[in-house]
Design a protein around this ligand. Sequence first.
Ligand SMILES: Cc1cc2nc3c(=O)[nH]c(=O)nc-3n(C[C@H](O)[C@H](O)[C@H](O)COP(=O)(O)OP(=O)(O)OC[C@H]3O[C@@H](n4cnc5c(N)ncnc54)[C@H](O)[C@@H]3O)c2cc1C
Length: 368
Amino acid sequence: LGKLVTPNVFMVGYTNCDYSGLRAYLEYTGQEDFMRSVQAAKEEGLSDGEILCSFYAKLCYKSLVLGKNSNVKRVRDIPDNVRSILDTAHGSVLEHAAVNFIVTDCSRVFTHEQVRHRQGVAYSQTSGRYCRLDSIEFVWDDLLEPVRGLAVDAIASAEKTVYLMECRLGLRKPPYGASPDDIPAAVSPAFRAPVEIAGMLWPLRGGMSPDEVVFLTRVYRADSGGYWQGSEADAAALRAMCRWVPDDKFNFEKRKQLTSLIRRFAPNGQANEIGVSLNLRALRHIVQVRTARHSEREIRNVYGQVYNLVKARFPLIFCDAREKMYDGMLEISGMKTQPYEIAAGDPRALEYFDVSALESEIARRRAT
Ligand SMILES: Cc1cc2nc3c(=O)[nH]c(=O)nc-3n(C[C@H](O)[C@H](O)[C@H](O)COP(=O)(O)OP(=O)(O)OC[C@H]3O[C@@H](n4cnc5c(N)ncnc54)[C@H](O)[C@@H]3O)c2cc1C
């Protein structure tokens, strides 16, 4: 039986800045002073991704340095500018930087939910068409502990089904090595007892036909102590009976087709992997939606890990997030992702809602 596993997230890449290219552009356009802001931001620990987002935001208003736009009377430093981007939800500039993850030991339940996110994301997932299910590792959650026995039985049954299908469809060599090479040319008196032959035929085709039982009873007569009693012709018949025939199914296309069909019998909880790359705008949206208490526990777990990994390297990108533990997992809220939203705790909320509307909203949230 395969292992019980839980998902793990690894950050494997993120956008970097080519500072020689940036400097060349700034010199070309007479904005070299911006490099001082870049230097200060780096000393504060900002990531290249955050610096690039700020660069593109400032580009919009010709506010990289003073003197390029007479409407601009002062320029913000980069951290301040990033906070302002988040505060106003000027989200498109956050699309310039991306982060790359690999999520391993995650279920097909998770990957199906993940790929519903279409904007600003890229995916590469374990191919169920190419990859054979030699053993099924299963994504576990401790809430299932009271039904562990049932779960283990279900996984074992799925594994057995897949295994037998592979044997019978010619994809996998059955046990006892019942291939033409494994059957001796001349059958020795003690060659394979009936029980062993029955075991050999089970994965090949589910057992023996009545004719085969009669045949085996004759060639292994009990009154001779269960030793072989057959002729050379019987030996040839036995070899034909036990032969595992991979035949034409062993060309690559056929193997792929069968592998893909057999995966229908594997559970949704089978462990697999997905590579996910997200730009910072999509990341903020998805972290918030998928760590919410109403989301599925596995995706909450994954995005809790994503949040911590990103926060450790991008100090500002979640600076407006509210962190809370709910049901033992991180719940991230309060980030503004669209200009028309009101950030959590924004005093301007009073301009938009009257007091009774706010009170009923508070009451609704307390009730959930
Ligand atoms: C708690 C929870 C329960 C759910 N239950 C169900 C369910 O029962 N059934 C079900 O089918 N799904 C369900 N979903 C999935 C959900 O409906 C979305 O498909 C999924 O969350 C992807 O989010 P998104 O639409 O924001 O997509 P993203 O690709 O992440 O898009 C980001 C944003 O871009 C904009 N956008 C994206 N695509 C378009 C578009 N084509 N046109 C206009 N604007 C666009 C939207 O503003 C969107 O919010 C659930 C999700 C959650 C979090």
